[in-house]
Write a protein that binds this ligand. Structure first.
Ligand SMILES: O=C(O)CCC(=O)C(=O)O
Ligand SMILES: [Fe+2]
Length: 323
C-alpha cells in the first residue's frame, strides 16, 4: 500500500491541497474510459448528422478535436452524455448520463484508494458528488454557466454541498485526463485557505461562487498537471479553474470525492449512488460490480422527475454579502 508519505500528508494538512504525481497510469487506467467515450460520441455524431446539424460525422478526427468541432458547428453541447452525475435541475427519465463500467473501475482503482486511505483512513465511501468535465475552447462554449464545459468560479466544495456535510471529511480528488495547462484551463487554489472555515457563497449562473471581495486572488496558485497525477483538496480549500483560451484543446478531467463511511455526503438527492469503495472493518460491504453502481445511478434518475428540484446548496441571492 504505497499511499502518501508522512511529509506529503503533512503538506496536505498545512496547505489544504497536494498534487501527487504518477498515481495512475493513463494508458491502463484512462484508455478504457476513452473507449466508452468514443462510442458515446459516435452516437451523438450519428444523430446530429441525421438531423443535418453537422456536415460530417468527423469520425477520423481525434476525440477532443472531434467533440470541439461537433459542438462549434451544432452550437450545442453534450457534457451531460459523458458525466457520471445528474444535473441539478429538470432531470427527466431519459436525461443522458454516463455510468460505464470503465468509470466505475477508475473510481475503485486500488492505487487511488491507497492515497485516499492515507488521508481519510481505511473505511472509504465514494461520495456521489463527482463529475467528468470537458472544458471546451471558449469559442465552442455555447453556455458559459455550464461548469462541465466552462471555467469554474472561486468556491469551496463545502459550499456546493448541503449543510449536513459541514462536519464530514470529504476529500476531493481531481485528475486531468489529458495535460491540464494554464492555457487550457487548469485548476488554481488559494494555499492555506482551508483553515478559515466555510466562506459565504452566492448563487451565480447555474452554480455558486465566493464573491470576489472575499477571495485573496493575489495568492492564487495555478496547478498545471500531467495525466496520471491527482490533486487532493479538502472540502474547504478555495479553488477555481481558468478559461480554456486555446483554439482547439479540450481539457478533460474527473473530479471524485471520498469520505469516511457513515458521514453525510452533502447531496441527499443522490445518496443512493454513493457506495463503499473499501472497508477493512466490513469488506463484505464493498461494491465491486460496476452494474450495481450503474443501476443505483439510474434509480436516482428515475426518482428525481417525480418531485420538485431538490435543494443542492444553502445560498441565497438576496443575502447582503451577494449585493
Ligand atoms: O474542473 C474544474 O474546472 C473545476 C473542478 C472543481 O471545482 C472540483 O473538482 O471541485
Ligand atoms: Fe470544486
Amino acid at each position: 500500500m504505497p499511499g502518501l508519505s508522512a511529509a506529503q500528508r503533512q503538506q496536505f494538512e498545512e496547505e489544504g491541497f497536494l498534487v501527487v504525481e504518477d498515481v495512475l497510469d493513463p494508458a491502463r487506467d484512462f484508455a478504457p474510459v476513452m473507449d466508452e467515450y468514443r462510442a458515446i460520441l459516435d452516437g451523438i455524431a450519428d444523430t446530429l448528422y441525421a438531423e443535418g446539424a453537422i456536415s460530417s460525422r468527423y469520425e477520423h478526427l481525434p476525440f477532443t478535436e472531434r467533440i470541439t468541432e461537433i459542438c462549434a458547428q451544432s452550437k450545442r453541447e453534450f457534457s451531460q452524455f459523458f458525466d457520471f452525475s445528474l444535473p441539478q435541475r429538470g432531470v427527466k427519465f431519459d436525461t443522458p448520463m454516463y455510468t460505464g463500467p470503465a468509470m466505475f473501475r477508475l473510481l475503485a482503482n486500488p492505487r487511488l484508494l491507497d492515497v485516499v486511505e492515507s488521508v481519510i483512513g481505511p473505511e472509504i465511501y465514494s461520495c456521489p458528488v463527482q463529475h467528468t468535465r470537458m472544458k471546451l475552447p471558449k469559442r465552442a462554449v455555447s453556455n458559459p454557466a455550464n461548469g462541465l464545459i466552462a471555467k469554474i468560479p472561486w468556491h469551496q466544495d463545502n459550499g456546493v454541498l448541503m449543510p449536513e456535510a459541514d462536519e464530514s471529511s470529504i476529500l476531493t480528488v481531481w485528475m486531468p485526463f489529458n495535460a491540464a495547462t494554464i492555457a487550457n484551463g487548469c485548476l488554481q487554489v488559494v494555499p492555506r485557505s482551508h483553515r478559515v472555515g466555510l466562506v459565504d457563497h452566492c448563487p451565480v449562473g447555474g452554480t455558486v461562487a465566493i464573491p470576489d471581495k472575499l477571495v485573496e486572488e493575489e495568492r492564487a496558485l495555478p496547478l498545471p498537471m500531467q495525466p496520471g497525477s491527482i490533486l487532493l483538496m479538502t472540502q474547504r480549500t478555495v479553488h477555481s479553474s481558468l478559461d480554456n483560451v486555446t483554439p482547439d484543446q479540450v481539457r478533460i478531467s474527473f473530479d471524485l470525492r471520498f469520505q469516511p463511511i457513515g458521514q453525510p455526503t452533502g447531496r441527499p438527492a443522490f445518496a443512493q449512488a454513493g457506495f463503499v469503495a473499501r472497508s477493512a472493518a466490513h469488506p463484505e460491504s464493498v461494491i465491486s460490480d460496476p452494474a450495481v453502481w450503474s443501476r443505483n445511478w439510474l434509480a436516482v434518475r428515475d426518482q428525481l422527475p417525480a418531485d420538485d428540484d431538490p435543494a443542492y446548496n444553502r445560498w441565497r441571492a438576496d443575502a447582503a454579502v451577494c449585493a
